[in-house]
Design a protein around this ligand. Sequence first.
Ligand code: SF4
Length: 240
Amino acid sequence: MKVASIQKLSLIEYPGKLSAVIFIPGCNLRCQFCYVPDLVLPERVEKVKPIPEKKVFSFLKERKGFLEAVAISGGEPTIHSELPEFIKKIKRLGYLVELETNGTNFKMLKKLVEEKLIDYVATDIKHDFDFELWNEITGGVLTPQLFENIKKSINFLLEGKIDYELRTTLMKEFHKKEDIVEICKKIRKAKVYYLQNYEKTESGTVSGKEFTPFSEKEILEIIEEGKKYTNIKARPYLFK
Ligand code: SF4
């Protein structure tokens, strides 16, 4: 498995656990706001100098006892057919595993859950469930098949077979309060639905554009309305 980088310690990635985050390069979407262009745009992914798997596992072995969980992020980890084998090796070390996925590979997600290879899933709900809206925000590369897979993945998580979180990154250019309330109505059974805010980062975005975050007051207003329908919350540490 090609590993682009490792964040050696995260206090927030896996809820309530000390975790390491492994970033896998390559993605099948082009979310306009995505702040990891180096892991998404092919010409930049090509330049990634991978960390040898041996080094990854010797780090994980060494930290066992201190770290409790490993979050696998990207990019989109599920575009790699070798992901299940890679996770198996992490599980053998006794770690809890979180998968951060855009939901486009429903088949692999289901398999990973059914084979108990993952313990927690984090998935984005980019917009209200309309193909055109999702296609715009994900950079015009979405296909009807990928969109179906995303919806299947979200519905599968809503069945509650695994612990999970759903989340939306808010930007004024794409979202209105009503859109988020509509999403809330469609995910009534959600274990937790987090709102996070667009943040400008040094790495820029996949589209090269900048976006406008919501104010704290606006986010709290959305939550006030949305919680009539589902368990919507501000992402931990959103309001620093
Ligand atoms: S935010 Fe979008 S483009 Fe970026 S890694 Fe996730 S799915 Fe890929």
